[in-house]
Every structure is written in C-alpha cells, then in structure tokens.
Design a protein around this ligand. Structure first.
Ligand code: ITT
Length: 201
C-alpha cells in the first residue's frame, strides 16, 4: 500500500517525511500540482476534503494501485483574537499571500492589542483515507506568541511562537524538537496505529 501526503505545503512535507519511518510521497509527484478548494468549517472537515480529493484522483488515474492518503489541516488560534486566524491561518493576510505576510499580519495584530506576548495554540487535524475507510485525529500545541519574529527554522507562524515550558521560538528550535511537542507530531502519533491497522487488511 503506497502512502501519499495530500499537502502542497513544503514545511508540512518536510516534517511528515522526518516523522514517518515508512516511505511517503507528496501527491504532486503522482498527480502534478493543483489547488484544492478548502470550504469546510472546521479543521477536520478541511482535512477530509483534502484527503478525499487526492484519494479519488489517485483511484481514477492509477486504478490498479492501492493507496492510503494522509492530509493535514492546521492553524494557529489566539484567544485574544477570539480564536483567529484558526482555520483561516493560510489566508490570514489574503489569498495567494506568503507565510511571511501572514506572520507579520499576526505580529501587527498582537502589537495593536498593546501586548508583548499572549497565549496561543496550534491545532492539526490529520485525515487518513483508504478503501477501508476514513479517519480523523487531532493534536494541539500550546504556548505564547510574541510581538516579533525570531529565527528562520520551521515555517509559517513558528518564528513568533514559543511553546509552553520553552524559552525559544519554533523559529529557533530544530525540527526534531518541534516534532516531539507539536500539534502535527501529536496527531501523527494517534494516526500511526490507524495507518498500521489499515495496512494489514
Ligand atoms: P495544504 O492545504 O496543501 O496542506 P496549507 O498551507 O494551505 O497547505 P492549511 O490550509 O492547513 O495548509 O493552512 C495551515 C496554515 O497554518 C499554514 O499555511 C501555516 O501558516 C499555519 N501552520 C500550520 N501548522 C503550522 C506549523 O507547524 N508551524 C507554523 N505554521 C503552521
């Protein structure tokens, strides 16, 4: 059974490839690159939309193969902003913007509140779709966001996020440390037994 990642986000791909012991390929290697309309109202709805879309296209294009598709819908939420940007994290500064545009818009929002730092959390919903069924699991990482960007590691909002019990931002910590505590790492730990079970059928 081939494992395919239904994401076009290079930061997520790098983290999944580092966390998965088995071989995983990006959907673009098999289907080319294209956008998926994420019009769900929750992280889990959007994760399922992405995994189903890729699974259906793979079945059509490679009917002889047996695929298991994994997707990730994630984002950062600030209680001081009533949970924003949440499921809109990728388009916080608009459609077709860069990670840096989103990052600096959130830094500006923190500054506008007159805050140096404020609580925040990341959420990840991971969907697993195969011919044996559909599953969704979640993981969270809590911490604080600060009013500046520090470090070049990670991706997205990482340079402004300091995980609980830590002093450095995720922009300053390496991928191995992030994976142990991250929303994505926690969700993937829950998804792994499901993936193993589906591979045994
Ligand atoms: P795919 O849908 O192709 O997977 P995407 O970037 O559009 O890629 P999402 O819709 O799930 O993915 O949006 C997630 C956004 O939330 C992402 O663009 C980042 O800005 C942010 N994000 C999620 N996880 C993050 C992490 O671990 N570190 C930093 N930012 C993260």
């Amino acid at each position: 059974m081939k494992i395919v990642l239904a994401t076009g986000n290079k930061g997520k791909l790098r983290e999944f490839k580092q966390m998965c012991t088995e071989e995983v390929v990006a959907f673009s290697e098999l289907l080319g690159e294209f956008e998926i309309v994420e019009d769900g109202h929750t992280f889990s709805e959007n994760a399922l939309i992405k995994a189903r879309t890729i699974y259906e296209k793979l079945c059509k294009q490679y009917p002889q193969e047996n695929y298991l598709v994994i997707s990730d819908d994630s984002g950062i939420s600030l209680p001081v902003l009533n949970g924003s940007p949440g499921i809109y994290s990728a388009r916080y500064a608009g459609v077709g913007v860069t990670d840096k545009d989103n990052l600096y818009k959130l830094i500006d929002a923190v500054k506008e509140k007159g805050l140096k730092y404020t609580p925040a959390y990341y959420t990840a919903a991971i969907a697993v779709v195969s011919k044996y069924g559909e599953y969704v699991v979640h993981g969270w990482m809590h911490g604080n966001v600060i009013d500046e960007a520090r470090g070049e590691k990670g991706f997205g909002y990482d340079p402004m996020f300091i995980p609980s019990e830590m002093k450095l931002t995720l922009g300053e910590l390496n991928d191995e440390i992030k994976s142990e505590i991250s929303h994505r790492g926690k969700a993937l730990a829950l998804a792994k037994p499901i993936i193993e079970m589906l591979q045994k059928f």
